[in-house]
Design a protein around this ligand. Sequence first.
Ligand code: FNR
Length: 388
Amino acid sequence: MANIGNEVQFKVYQNMSDPDPDRLPVIYEEWKERARQVLEDGPYYYVAGGAGGEQTMEANREAFNQWKIVPRMLRNVENRDLTVMLFGETYESPLMHAPIGVQSIIHPDGEIASAKAAAAMGVPYIASSASTAPMEEIAKVMGDAPKWFQLYWNRDPEVTASFLKRAEKAGYSAVVVTLDTPMMAWREFDLKNVYLPFLAGEGVGNYLSDPAFCSKLTHSPKEDPAATIMHWTKTFGNPSLTWSDLSFIKEQTSLPIVLKGVLHPDDAQMAVEQGMDGIIVSNHGGRQVDGAIGALDALVDICEVLHHQIPVLFDGGIRRGADVIKALSLGADAVLIGRPCMYGLAAAGETGVREVLQNLLADVDLTMALAGETSVRALNRSILKGAN
Ligand code: FNR
């Protein structure tokens, strides 16, 4: 992955005399446009839409615009290092594939395609609880490539415990516990389109293959799919949870636990006090609380109080290399890529996701070099200027 930016650029420009007329997009907006062209309204807006009036999605982008990179010169940036260390492991780059459920609604190969693409790029894949392909199948196609499991904390503790045991057995090396989705938000496009993919049996692969979940059904999922989905809707989220319940998760797994969806500095501090291994600052891509703080603004607030006590990961609105550089310079140890991968998947399956990740890595590498930096781990606020 060293100096990947120069390599990818070179590969593109060497075809200058005869460029492939069917080549895939480079520009984020064009990937999104291609996804729009191939998807029906339901699936497209399920991915592209946010909660309410989508103010949080806007805030995510605005927050990036508040920071400008101030490049430094003459600093020997010939060789760069994109590697990061998390929970005792070295990862090839600071990018991770965000946990994203129900990918089968945008491409028939769904999570399998994304997981293979992430593995090919050395980008850790975070498998969602709400995948259509069961976690074991995803793990299998990834071989030894780095992978984490994202837990939706089920109302039934036996299902939660079972998911955690399965993830550990399947070879996932960390658990991401998503806290911001104890129930589905007010998503105007999905309501308008009358579209909730789970009700059509998408995104429930981990549940249908789970012995604890199936043991609570009167009839097997095959015999009575409608009752199965009804049971799923009743048990999927658990709004009654509190901080003290985290001890249950700790008892169920020996893997590092990372809390996703933290936005308030006090909650970040609570995560530390509860012995959590890391947090992901995230507002779920603006899909849960409308009118919420931009994720990057929350990152700044949180890093100010946390002082590197535990790793802080980040997602929300990352579209280009400069966004990654800003998030890392403001204190993130790694970042998760969400919608860009999904537009790549919708438009071109596994190849699309690989291309999106490869281009983003190249952009990160070149932007870091041109900002005068050689290591993502050493990035800090000294190369940034706030708008205020
Ligand atoms: C998500 N996200 C998400 N998060 C999670 O913890 N579990 C999940 O199953 C899902 N599912 C999901 C589906 C879709 C269609 C999207 C777009 C997002 C949230 C995801 O992990 C991440 O936080 C956001 O995607 C980040 O925002 P951007 O950068 O994609 O806008």
